[in-house]
Write a new protein. Structure first.
Length: 261
């Protein structure tokens, strides 16, 4: 993995957005894996700035969301279909017909999950996948002990995940208990992975994912298996990294031909 440590959350968003933009600039029809939650908000804000400045276009791009709650109404403001439409599709100028979100309302959820993986393959696979990480190490909604070979499927959300997401709802009881998420095996098939994390609450998860053993107990450690994974964090999220000085040194001395910003 390439580990980039930056001074502020705003810089995390800017640099991660630069990585996404480099992929889409090179391939305007790129397939972008879209994450939700607070972690990628800075990415989308900077991408929107680039779009509004005429520097970037997602008009030809396609998008696949990482996950969706099961059973939540489509029109609910916190369904990920609503969040993606409101915070990503509109602001970045995606064609809504070219953006997919897992169908957490399907009558046959197992079939819908398999169909979602098939749709990603039919689109040619994800070119660049945006990721956040939970305090318990989950990526997407792949909770601890998720198989590294897992595909898009139904998962039961951990109590800690539901508690963390309660801030988006009127009460903790409104947070769904189940979700449909791309599996770790699905995520690892993306050509590029870009994971962002900000704040001290993510420090333990980042340290375990980046420098800990490869373990299903820390789903984020699956990124150690990927050929092109970029992890962009602020100083607080990097606090537990033993080789932090080395990561800073390598980024400062990165050859110009390898830079994307």
């Amino acid at each position: 993995m390439e580990i980039i440590i930056l001074p502020t959350p705003a810089e995390v968003g800017r640099v991660a957005a630069a990585k996404i933009a480099s992929v889409v600039t090179e391939k305007p029809s790129a397939v972008v894996g879209l994450a939700t939650g607070s972690s990628p908000e800075g990415i989308y804000a900077d991408l929107r700035r680039r779009v509004e400045a005429g520097e970037l276009s997602f008009a030809q791009a396609r998008g696949f969301a990482l996950d969706e709650y099961v059973g939540i109404p489509l029109e609910h403001p916190e369904s990920y279909a609503s969040v993606i439409a409101r915070d990503v599709v509109g602001p970045l100028g995606f064609d809504p017909s070219r953006v997919r979100v897992p169908d957490g309302r399907a009558g046959d959820l197992a079939f819908a999950a398999k169909e979602y993986d098939a749709a990603i393959r039919a689109a040619g696979g994800v070119d660049v996948q945006i990721l956040g990480i939970g305090a318990n190490g989950h990526i997407g909604f792949n909770e601890p002990t998720s198989s590294f070979a897992s595909r898009t499927r139904i998962k039961t959300l951990a109590p800690s995940t539901r508690e963390a997401n309660a801030r988006f709802f009127d009460s903790p009881d409104q947070v769904p208990t189940h979700c449909m998420t791309q599996g770790l095996g699905t995520i690892l098939e993306a050509r590029e992975l870009v994971l962002v994390a900000q704040g001290s609450a993510k420090a333990d998860a980042i340290a375990a994912a980046v420098e800990g053993p490869l373990s299903s107990f820390v789903p984020g450690s699956a990124l150690q298996l990927h050929e092109h994974a970029t992890v962009v964090v602020d100083e607080e999220a990097a606090a537990g990294l033993r080789l932090a000085d080395y990561y800073r040194y390598t980024y400062a001395n990165k050859p110009s031909w390898q830079r994307f910003e």
